[in-house]
Design a protein around this ligand. Structure first.
Ligand SMILES: Nc1nc2c(c(=O)[nH]1)N[C@H]1C(S)=C(S)[C@@H](COP(=O)(O)OP(=O)(O)OC[C@H]3O[C@@H](n4cnc5c(=O)[nH]c(N)nc54)[C@H](O)[C@@H]3O)O[C@H]1N2
Ligand SMILES: Nc1nc2c(c(=O)[nH]1)N[C@H]1C(S)=C(S)[C@@H](COP(=O)(O)OP(=O)(O)OC[C@H]3O[C@@H](n4cnc5c(=O)[nH]c(N)nc54)[C@H](O)[C@@H]3O)O[C@H]1N2
Ligand SMILES: [Mo]
Length: 761
């Protein structure tokens, strides 16, 4: 049996140094240029970097952090954006000879780094039943094979149609249209594992599942609360904004079990001061909260707010706002009174003084913004915790006005746009009705499978065909061995991809790799050159147009691939003009405009340099909830109970990776080099288990009486609260139980896995 994940190998190359004190600086720029030159060569590389995030250029395929509305620096990119470009614009190619030389079994023994480094996939490939090697296949035959399998299912619900967050608005809109015309809502996406908890909490409480602030708000606010997010590594361009916040007199409070380098200080790589090594201190207050300790921390903050209001009535709680715009205030206040400081302190791992200090900054700030990411969303009570963030902003009225509000910082560059376009297993009736009207058909109304449900359905043999529009479903999903078994039970697994990944190696009976154009490349269709559009974390929709020559003449755009699959599968029964859509993307945008509110004059406005903002009612203090008001919610404490020898493990990202794509093995800011199988532990926890620094250990996770083990990790003493540990994703995904999901959002609880750690046996 082939390995489901990167096999552990000898652990002998680890180089360890102290965590860094400041982020970026010249090192990051030289590092990024080195990567680009090495992969793409100086000409192709420079050409790509020059166009990135410029008005009229292409959107950085790395994270979803927005670009400035006004003037832009010539170098609107970060180290990680440059690495994403380098990996996409690499000169290396995977051609049929590569697959003839390496069997699937051989490839499965390689590291994830090696697989990605092999180059861009240049031609469509098929793995036949019982085949040992992928073989070339024509586009027509590949598309016919998909149509044949999809039309052979007993029910459309046997198809699973996954999307990763890099797909453009155009591709995403056509994909969901195809899937709904085929007859199912099985549209799981990476968001299910990412910000689903934010969407669920925000939709219920403020009426829109998106953030409510602009980049300018962030840069001019008085208080930026950054909870459960590591911007230095995952959203490096946010550091530029955070530097502005501080320079303009705002305060940054970091709430994180780890004092991440990017939150300590920033030295701007494109300014003289930064090049000279001078750094701007960022967070003036750091609260080392215990993993999953944020709900009690927030309750402590809210108690301080009520106390301050009692001491000086009418100055802290925004009674006007509460009266006019909210629902549930009295019930909220009476429940909060029951929360005891002793419990809040114990469960958050913070002292009362630390919580009070943070509360003082928040209360004294005229305006405040809370940013968060995976540190809040991937817990069993993630939705409750995010609703408590909302409570904090509602009670103080710090929402829906300039410089105040909520900022879930998105991951993938177009994950927010994909949702707007209808990539969701449970789109609301209004969207489906508009889609039906535009295309004269009836979309299914039964909700589809989300990511975990899709895995369970494949595992149970209830779903037989998997198609992935980008991404690496196998390695990104929880419970790797369970997910691998699920994929192997399919009749057909299809990946629309740019680079090779493990998902191509753990397959159904038959498998296809369909190679597509990347963001950096030109996209020519019958009507001429095309651009696509994307939406960033702050609801700005703008165009993205690549300028590099495609990696291979055999590549198709994602949009073209979807049109061809749809045409072949649906045949004459489809009411959508697939050929027109493929020939000219303006037709797609015309349909989007008719189906989705906020896209009036889409084709015209997409051409506005810098793009346009989608409407966001919260900014006008209009809350489109069931009650028509912002909902204050009651979120009971519900701490994870650990046994004596157990720890909570978070699975997080290193510096040199983008999700499952491993660019290198240097987690520079944390001082860990050449080894990814590491577990960061509190030194006292190590001592209590008789484990010494860099000792090989095995990690076992515990859930509802089941255990899962990941062997051979090196223990690293690190400044993390007692009882908490951390290991990299995707290596640690074998430990994340498929059934451990957040209430209300279904997100895997990848930031609080209950584990025991023992010497390697
Ligand atoms: N270079 C690069 N950029 C990326 C990505 C990448 O892999 N590489 N991925 C993209 C994607 S899809 C996403 S979603 C984002 C992810 O961006 P992040 O959410 O920053 O990513 P993680 O590494 O998962 O980091 C989670 C952070 O939360 C902290 N944390 C963990 N648990 C808790 C908790 O219980 N409470 C609190 N307060 N903090 C906690 C961790 O210590 C860590 O600092 O980044 C995007 N950008
Ligand atoms: N344990 C644990 N698990 C997690 C997380 C965690 O924090 N801990 N984080 C979760 C999160 S936040 C997310 S978003 C998911 C990410 O899950 P995914 O989005 O599924 O995974 P990626 O690693 O981003 O996908 C990488 C692959 O996308 C393909 N690709 C790259 N660019 C393009 C393109 O332009 N077009 C196409 N078609 N394909 C392209 C390449 O083939 C590449 O190998 O993982 C989740 N899983
Ligand atoms: Mo994500």
């Amino acid at each position: 049996m082939l390995p489901d994940a990167e096999p552990p190998r000898k652990l002998e190359n680890l180089e360890r140094s102290a965590p860094k004190d400041k982020a970026v600086g010249t090192k990051a720029v030289t590092n990024s240029l080195k990567h680009v030159n090495h992969q793409a060569g100086p000409t192709r590389g420079a050409q790509a970097l020059y166009r990135m995030n410029q008005k009229g250029g292409f959107d950085c395929p790395s994270c979803a952090w927005p670009d400035p509305d006004g003037e832009r620096s010539r170098f609107e990119f970060c180290e990680n954006g440059a690495k994403a470009i380098a990996t996409e614009s690499t000169k290396k190619r995977i051609r049929p000879e590569f697959f003839a030389k390496h069997s699937v079994a051989e490839l499965a023994e390689q590291t994830d780094f090696w697989l990605n480094d092999a180059g861009r996939i240049a031609t469509p490939m098929v793995l036949e039943k019982d085949g040992t090697h992928y073989q070339p296949i024509s586009w027509d035959d590949a598309v016919a094979l998909i149509a044949e399998e999809l039309n052979a299912t007993e029910s459309p619900d046997e198809g699973i149609f996954y999307t990763s967050g890099r797909a453009s608005n155009e591709a995403a809109f056509l994909y969901q249209l195809f899937v709904r015309q085929y007859g199912t809502n099985n549209l799981p996406d990476c968001s299910n594992m990412c910000h689903e908890s934010s969407g669920a909490a925000l939709k219920q409480t403020v009426g829109i599942g998106k953030g409510t602030v602009t980049l300018e708000d962030i840069e001019t606010t008085d208080c930026l609360l950054v909870i459960g997010q590591n911007p230095g590594t995952n959203h490096p361009r946010m550091l530029t904004s955070m530097e502005q916040t501080v320079l303009k007199g705002g305060k940054i409070v970091s709430v994180n079990p780890l004092l991440e380098t990017g939150l300590k200080a920033f030295s701007h790589p494109q300014k003289v001061s930064g090049i000279l090594g001078r750094a701007t201190p960022l967070a003036s207050l750091h609260l080392p909260v215990r993993l999953n300790g944020d709900l009690p921390f927030l309750k402590g903050m809210l108690k301080c707010v009520l106390e301050a209001e009692a001491a000086a009535p009418g100055t802290v709680v925004d009674q006007d706002f509460i009266q006019t715009h909210t629902h549930g205030y009295d019930a909220f206040v009476s429940e909060l009174a029951d929360a005891q400081w002793s419990d809040l302190v114990e469960q958050s791992g913070l002292t009362e003084a630390q919580i009070r200090q943070a509360a003082t900054v928040f209360i004294e700030a005229k305006e405040a913004i809370t940013c968060w990411a995976m540190g809040l969303t991937q817990h069993h009570n993630a939705v409750e915790t995010i609703r408590e963030v909302v409570n904090l902003h509602l009670i103080t009225g710090k929402i829906g006005r300039a410089r105040s509000g909520l900022c879930p910082v998105r991951g993938h560059s177009n994950v927010q746009g994909d949702r707007t376009m209808g990539i969701w297993e449970k789109m609301p009736e209004a969207f489906l009705a508009a889609l039906d009207k535009e295309f004269e058909f009836t979309s299914p109304r039964t909700h589809g499978y989300d990511t975990c449900e899709a895995i369970r359905a494949m595992h149970a043999g209830k779903a037989r065909v998997f198609i992935g529009l980008g991404g690496n479903f196998l390695s990104a999903s929880p419970d790797t061995h369970y997910t691998a078994a699920a994929m192997r039970r399919c009749q057909l697994t299809v990946h629309i991809s740019t680079k090779l990944n493990r998902g191509h190696l753990v397959t159904g009976e038959r498998a296809l790799i369909l190679p597509c154009l990347g963001r950096t490349e030109t996209d020519h269709q019958k009507s001429g050159p095309q651009f696509v559009t994307v939406e960033n974390s702050m609801g700005v929709v703008h165009s993205s147009e690549g300028r590099l020559e495609p990696a291979s003449p055999d590549l198709l755009s994602e949009t073209a691939i979807i049109c061809r699959i749809a045409k072949a599968t649906l045949g004459k029964q489809s009411t959508a003009p697939w050929q027109l859509f493929e020939d000219n993307y303006e037709h797609i945008r015309n349909s989007i405009e008719k189906v989705i509110p906020g896209f009036e004059d889409y084709n015209q406005r997409a051409k506005i340099p810098g793009g346009f903002y989608l409407p966001n009612a919260v900014k006008q203090r209009i809350f489109q909830t069931a009650s028509g008001k912002a909902e204050m919610t009651i979120n009971p404490l519900n701490p994870i109970q650990l046994e004596d020898d157990q720890l909570l493990l978070q699975t997080f990202r290193s510096h040199d990776q983008f999700n499952t794509t491993i660019y290198g093995t240097n987690d520079r800011y944390r001082g860990i080099k050449n080894e990814r199988r590491v577990i960061f532990m509190n030194p006292e926890d190590m001592q209590a288990r008789g484990i010494v620094a860099e000792q090989p250990v095995d990690i076992t996770s515990h859930f509802e009486g089941e255990t899962r083990t990941a062997e051979l990790f090196l223990a690293i003493p690190y400044d993390t609260p007692k009882g908490c540990a951390a290991a990299y994703y995707p290596e640690a995904n074998v430990l994340v139980p498929i059934a451990a999901q957040a209430a209300h959002s279904g997100t895997p609880t990848s930031k609080s896995v209950i584990v025991t750690v023992a010497a390697h046996s």
